[in-house]
Design a protein around this ligand. Structure first.
Ligand code: SAH
Length: 193
């Protein structure tokens, strides 16, 4: 398969992610933060994730990553498109359900409400599931050893460091309500993990 077919797919998926987040991000930023756990490690990891997210655009627009190119095969390409589409749907739904309780980092906002409905009914971190689907999809669709996993690698590291701290923050904020929610849900995959 020509690697050119991956280009419109990556472009559309990247632009769609930005378009989904933009209005929700703007609305959430209008609500005051009352508690923050944004330490130096979180800042560094957020920077790496942001850089990783934009590396595919460098691959799209310039030949600087051509040394890492490999052939594109139809099966991983098709599987990747499915992951990207599912990831986009879940990214959209999780933003809609989380509303202004969203933050790019570990924060509690004024009148923060615990969301347990919609896509939050069966998993505690559907937005991270969506980002994982997106990053796996990107790694499968984009035939380049550098640009393909450029988001997956930093995101998995961020998730590994963040998930317990985030659940700790929610337990501190919502107490027994969050503890009960934890017993009814999995972290990322409904019914599994
Ligand atoms: N981890 C969640 C949310 C990501 S946004 C997900 O993957 O869907 C990160 C912020 O969301 C955190 O700072 C925390 O304050 C908030 N948050 C996490 N889970 C929440 C929930 N169930 N209800 C309300 N806010 C939540």
């Amino acid at each position: 398969m020509s690697p050119w077919i991956a280009k419109p797919v990556i472009l559309v998926a990247t632009v769609a992610m930005i378009a989904i987040r933009a209005p929700h991000g703007q609305r959430s930023r209008g609500v005051k933060v009352v508690k923050s756990r944004k330490g130096p490690l979180e800042v560094v990891l957020l920077l790496l994730v942001t850089l990783g997210f934009f590396v595919p655009l460098i691959w799209l627009a310039t030949p600087v990553l051509s040394f890492a190119e490999y052939p594109l095969h139809p099966v991983p390409f098709a599987a990747g498109v499915v992951c990207l589409a599912a990831g986009l749907w879940l990214f959209y739904r999780s933003h809609a359900d989380l509303g202004t309780n969203w933050s790019i980092t570990l924060e509690v906002r004024e009148q923060h409400r615990l969301v347990t409905q919609g896509v939050y009914r069966r998993v505690r971190h559907p937005m991270y599931s969506a980002l994982l689907l997106h990053s796996i999809g990107q790694a499968l669709v984009l035939p380049n050893w550098v640009a393909g996993p450029s988001y997956l690698v930093p995101f998995v590291i961020l998730f590994a460091f963040r998930v317990r701290a985030e659940e700790g923050l929610m337990l501190e904020q919502f107490g027994d309500e969050y503890a009960a929610y934890m017993t009814q849900t999995k972290r990322l995959v409904p019914g599994l993990w």
